[in-house]
Design a protein around this ligand. Structure first.
Ligand SMILES: Nc1ncnc2c1ncn2[C@@H]1O[C@H](COP(=O)(O)OP(=O)(O)OP(=O)(O)O)[C@@H](O)[C@H]1O
Length: 895
């Protein structure tokens, strides 16, 4: 047994052999029946109704009605809640099924009653108010659980009298009870009054707002009202009325910023589309709110959530209030009021429409991530805020900046301007929805990967269901290795132990594969564990997650301008990241975060990461600025100015690509590159492919589609069975080309698209990723559409399947020479000592093991990626001729 396996086996054993430890989370079935029976029979009518509704919405949501372990998990959760509200006076311990088993039905019913009362109390207001009432309230409402006596006075409201003048109570906006017929006459109930009375509204009144017309108290609306941000709804709206155009919202993770703020604001009158005159034209301005996200997974999942909250799930109708737009995937229904989009997509829109006329407001979410794109966006937004708004017919653009961990001073300083008519308002949202218990290690762990897997198994065996796990690892390789280990161990668990479903989640997975991590496990009695990189760190809610495991590290991309090379190394995360990771628990119930580092290590972490603009390639940023007519980078409003050497490198690179003219102005090629949804070098290859000199656009699109579909289309062959391995290797041979990876990608795409019978079986036989190939086909369709639109392609090519015709060696040379138009700077020559030395910078590189050319010696190579991990690696490599490089550089020397 390998050392790791041995260690893990110990973690899941009782210490005497490999017998699984007895599980605290498995109550005997009869208990479950008793709990349900108690629930149905013994509760007072109101409680029963509340309980039934709760069972419907919560239990069914988790699909656990018939799962005893989940029921216990649910009870535990409410008990924790009781603990929180009761504070010091709560003497309860963690719910122990053995103890529950000994309780009488009456006691169980009482416990239920308590929990439902707490739930009701929570829906109606904040816990602090409950505490205050408890100390003042009468002690007549008490329940006994075992030997514990708990006061319910804080939670139970006297039911409103039902008389003829005072008919059915209806909920109002803040969760209190009001009488529809005699509004204002009936006193709102108990603690919510305290909450309201302590809360001052912008207009000076302290009355809760009235129930909006047509607002039905659905379970979704109830959930929204329970979010801390709900109490600030009026304040947020008021903050942007009149001349106030900019607001900074800082609130804890999970307080409701991303999902609620756009919904509050889209109700405002300034958010309606207006017809205005711009120069001599009448144009429409506004009507939609854009909310940016650092990553596609956040944009798509948030859009789905908000669409459900607004009652029109995405994709169910051609119309709806919510849409999203991410690279190669857009779903913006007609009449959408709210659009979630990635920062890159908003930048593209800014290039097409510098005044962002379709929007009434832009919400910049998760600003703390400080990507290059978000820095550019804030710069452009500042320019719009300071402009005379003539381009928007005088209609202001409202701007909201949001984060849980923002550097408030820096943002305030940035937007502070003597010319600004509208100072930045700061609103701090207090409180979080559910507590998260943070646990650090007592001492540093020697092997993080091992500690992480051990912790996951430990949680699985000792924490109640429901409660999925989200673990943060550094990268794809680490995720795959952890997945293998966990699955190996799960195969040895006893049959009465819940199953563990492992879902990977990293940026290079196709969108479809990423979505799987957000779906509930399809089998009952199963705990899901999502193994993620930091793409799940901000903004996302992975439904079902109660436990977070944080390895404390992340792979950080760093561009070394002098070497023209990126490094991707695991580094300690910042405090901001650690807080964000913790915040992924506690979103649907109380949670726990296990940090695999000590509290001293946490204290030593940097507050925030270095902004990307100071450590990354700024090629895209410089091109975007050039395309927007900004030549003087120093006067463009940026929160941090990039290193001058990085700017110089980007300018030279753009010049080599033909994007800049001799005088540094942007060329027609440059303008086109800025608008392509691929990076400038790939865009340059597309443009060259459309020229008569190369005439290989369809082939280039196929290659780019495969490359952008995910990290790699080829799975590692992991079978121990030699004959199976031989069969896969044999099947793969028909895809592999001696010219290298570009031709191999092309062949794979063309053979896949030409497959007439069973594409899934075709992929399986070759260990090719089905998901990535599907995504590649989707990207191919979109790129072809863009090329038709841009008149690079005369007409759409014929539909698949087309017969496969291998590219001739002559055409293969043409294709590679065409790629050199974008990647001439990423080339290396074979040195006398058999190493490869880069043409630009003269560094030694090795061909990455994932390349079909690994271990081979060629006169010269071109690589599409250049990464430093353990070694200085060239990835996605093709064999070329040395004289092609000179040709691609226009005959000029390369330094
Ligand atoms: N996709 C989803 N599925 C289920 N629940 C969700 C989803 N997205 C949000 N929620 C619920 O809405 C709550 C608020 O989420 P929201 O993203 O608005 O918070 P936030 O303040 O923006 O958090 P963060 O700063 O972590 O991004 C979550 O705690 C969760 O309960």
């Amino acid at each position: 047994m390998r050392p790791t396996s041995r260690l893990l086996a110990t973690a899941v054993s009782t210490g005497n052999g490999l017998k699984p430890a007895p599980l605290a989370i498995l109550p005997p079935i009869p208990l479950y029946r008793r709990l349900l029976r108690a629930h149905r029979k013994h509760l007072p009518q109101e409680m029963r109704l509340l309980g039934d509704e709760y069972i419907k919405s919560e239990f069914r949501a988790h699909r656990t009605v018939d799962n005893p372990a989940h029921l216990i998990g649910f009870l535990t959760e409410w008990q924790l809640y009781a603990q929180k509200i009761e504070g010091d006076s709560w003497k309860g311990e963690k719910l122990d099924p053995a103890k529950v088993e000994k309780m009488s039905d009456q006691q169980i019913a009482q416990m239920y009653e308590l929990m439902q009362a707490i739930k009701k109390s929570r829906e109606e207001g904040d816990d602090q108010a409950a505490k205050r009432r408890k100390t003042k309230g009468n002690d007549s409402s008490v329940v006994k659980i075992g030997d514990k006596t708990i006061s319910l006075s804080a939670f139970l409201a006297p039911p409103p009298k039902k008389t003829e003048e005072n008919p059915q109570p209806v909920p109002v906006e803040n969760g209190s009870i009001s009488n529809e017929g005699k509004e204002g006459q009936q006193k709102p109930t108990h603690k919510i009054n305290e909450q309201v009375s302590t809360k001052r509204y912008q207009n000076g009144s302290n009355a809760p707002s009235k129930k909006a017309k047509g607002e039905r108290e659905t379970p979704m609306l109830k959930a929204r009202k329970a979010l801390p941000i709900w109490a600030y709804r009026d304040e947020i709206k008021a903050s942007l009325r009149g001349d106030n155009d900019i607001l900074l919202v800082v609130g804890e993770t999970g307080s409701g910023k991303s999902t609620q703020t756009p919904q509050f604001l889209c109700e405002e009158s300034w958010c309606r589309r207006k017809k205005v005159r711009v120069k001599s034209d009448i144009v429409g301005v506004g009507g939609m709110i854009a909310i940016t996200q650092p990553r596609r997974v956040a944009a798509t999942t948030l859009a789905g959530r908000v669409a459900r909250e607004m009652g029109t799930p995405l994709g169910t109708a051609g119309e709806g209030p919510v849409g999203y737009s991410v690279r190669f995937d857009h779903k913006v229904p007609k009449g959408a009021k709210i659009k979630f989009l990635t920062e890159g997509m908003l930048l593209q829109e800014l290039l097409r429409d510098p005044n962002l006329r379709q929007y009434s407001a832009i919400i910049v979410d998760e600003i703390h991530e400080r990507s290059v794109d978000v820095d550019l966006i804030t710069g452009f937004l500042k320019q719009i805020l300071l402009s005379d708004k003539a381009g928007r017919g005088g209609i202001p653009l409202k701007v909201v900046i949001m984060s849980a961990t923002a550097d408030v001073e820096k943002i305030q300083d940035f937007f502070k301007s003597n010319d600004s008519p509208s100072p930045l308002k700061l609103l701090r949202i207090k409180g979080r929805q559910y507590p998260v218990e943070v646990k650090h290690m007592d001492k540093p762990v020697p092997d993080i990967q091992e500690a992480l897997v051990k912790k996951i198994l430990d949680i699985h065996l000792h924490e109640p269901l429901p409660g999925d796990i989200l673990a943060f690892l550094t990268g794809q390789e680490e995720i795959e290795a952890a997945q293998r280990l966990i699955e190996e161990h799960c195969a040895t668990l006893a049959s009465n132990v819940p199953k563990l479903l492992v879902c990977p989640l990293y940026g290079q997975l196709s969108i479809q594969a990423q979505q799987e991590a957000f779906q509930p496990a399809k089998t009952k009695y199963t705990r899901k564990v999502v193994l993620a990189t930091n793409i799940a760190e901000t903004s996302v809610t992975v439904p079902g997650v109660r436990y977070v495991v944080d390895c404390g590290k992340a792979k950080v991309k760093q561009f070394r301008a002098r070497l023209g090379m990126e490094s991707l190394l695991a580094k300690a995360i910042s405090k901001s990241s650690a807080i964000q990771r913790t915040g992924r628990a506690g979103r649907e119930g109380p949670g726990k975060c296990f940090r695999l580092y000590t509290s001293e290590t946490y204290e030593e972490l940097e507050d925030a990461d270095l902004p990307e603009i100071l450590r990354n390639d700024v090629l895209g940023a410089v091109l975007t600025m050039k395309a927007r007519g900004i030549n003087d980078f120093l006067s463009f409003p940026l929160m941090d100015l990039p290193d001058i050497e990085a700017i110089e490198k980007a300018l030279i690179h753009l010049y080599i690509l033909g994007a800049l003219a001799d005088d540094g102005s942007i060329t027609e090629i440059g303008r086109k590159l800025a608008l392509f949804p691929v990076s400038a070098p790939y865009g340059r290859v597309l443009l060259a492919a459309a020229s008569p000199e190369f005439d290989c656009l369809l082939e280039v699109i196929d290659v780019i589609a495969v490359i952008t579909s995910g990290e790699t289309i080829f799975h590692q062959i992991q079978t121990e069975d030699d004959s199976e391995r031989d069969a896969i290797e044999e099947a793969r041979k028909e895809l592999q080309r001696r010219e290298g990876d570009i031709l191999t990608f092309l062949t794979t795409m063309q053979r896949y698209a030409g497959e007439n019978a069973d594409r899934i079986a075709w992929c399986r036989a070759r260990r090719v990723s089905v998901r990535n190939m599907r995504q590649a086909l989707n990207i191919r369709r979109q790129l072809r559409g863009i090329c038709v639109r841009e008149k690079l392609l005369a007409e759409a090519p014929p539909a698949d399947p087309q017969p496969f015709v291998p590219l001739s060696p002559e055409r293969a040379d043409v294709l590679l020479r065409c790629f050199l138009r974008g990647f001439a700077t990423k080339t290396a020559l074979l040195a006398p000592d058999s190493s490869y030395v880069t043409v630009q910078g003269k560094h030694v590189v090795a061909i990455h093991p994932s390349s079909v050319l690994h271990g081979q010696k060629k006169e010269a190579i071109m690589f599409l990626e250049h990464v430093f991990t353990q070694k200085n690696y060239a990835k996605k490599v093709s064999a070329i001729r040395a004289d092609w490089i000179v040709e691609a550089m226009g005959g000029g020397a390369i330094s």
